[in-house]
Write a protein that binds this ligand. Structure first.
Ligand SMILES: C[S@@+](CC[C@H](N)C(=O)[O-])C[C@H]1O[C@@H](n2cnc3c(N)ncnc32)[C@H](O)[C@@H]1O
Length: 217
């Protein structure tokens, strides 16, 4: 997979078994409940593509309400766990690189990606959106959400490159140390990103997460 960052993939492969700890933190519970509610509300009855589904935390909530759901991720380990979630039988799972989504995955009238855009280098955001939009019908709803800067309390920025990408140092339970690209785009950046390709951009800042949605032109 040409588009995949092997370091990021290795990191999420190693972390898969205990990734879900991020959803068990009590201080995030209210925001997570709201995100679940927003997702389920927007995606009910839709044919949905999920990008970078990871261990399928959101997949399990969208699967029962969507008309169809294809959940994709580049890394086999989290995807194997996603396949064991409740309602997994209502989704199709596929290994796929977000930057090169294959037309064979289907045609969709909605898409979402949780906690993914933060890992997309600034210079590759347009590439990701092109790849995604190729599989979507005009009028499709796109939902993106990710960590707010509150997450920096756990993982401060240790590096910034010339393009403005920021990096964190993450230590896994096996003691391995990983340099992880983690960006925190603001409302203006997100709105500018979809100028001319998306309408009705809506941004919402929660305490621990941001939410952004638009309708594909
Ligand atoms: C922070 S996790 C998010 C998982 C899930 N969406 C969630 O919100 O819990 C990021 C995911 O991106 C996946 N990933 C990394 N590079 C990718 C790529 N090029 N295409 C698709 N998924 C990728 C990783 O395997 C990992 O599962």
């Amino acid at each position: 997979m040409q588009g995949v960052d092997p370091q990021l993939q290795a990191y999420y492969g190693l972390r898969a078994g205990y990734y879900d700890a991020v959803y068990e933190r009590p201080e995030r519970a209210a925001d997570i409940a709201l995100l679940r509610q927003l997702l389920m509300g927007r995606l009910t009855g839709r044919r949905v593509l999920e990008v970078a589904c990871g261990t399928g935390y959101w997949t399990q909530h969208v699967a029962p309400v969507s008309a169809a759901l294809v959940a994709t991720d580049a890394t086999p380990e989290p995807l194997d766990l996603a396949r064991q979630r409740p309602h997994a039988e209502r989704a199709r799972f596929a290994i796929a690189d977000a930057y090169q989504l294959d037309a064979g995955l289907g045609r969709f009238d909605a898409a979402f990606a949780g906690l993914w855009l933060s890992h997309v280098p600034i210079g590759r955001r347009a590439q990701f959106l092109r790849s995604l939009h190729r599989l979507l019908e005009p009028g499709a709803r796109v939902l993106l959400f990710d960590n707010s800067q509150v997450q920096l309390r756990d993982f401060p920025i240790v590096e910034r490159d010339a393009e403005g990408n920021t990096f964190q140092q993450r230590v896994l339970r096996d003691g391995s140390v990983h340099r992880v690209l983690k960006n925190f785009p603001g409302q203006d950046e997100l709105v500018a990103l979809v100028a001319g390709i998306g309408t009705e951009p809506r941004y919402r800042m929660l305490e621990n997460f941001w939410w952004f949605e638009y309708v594909l032109v």
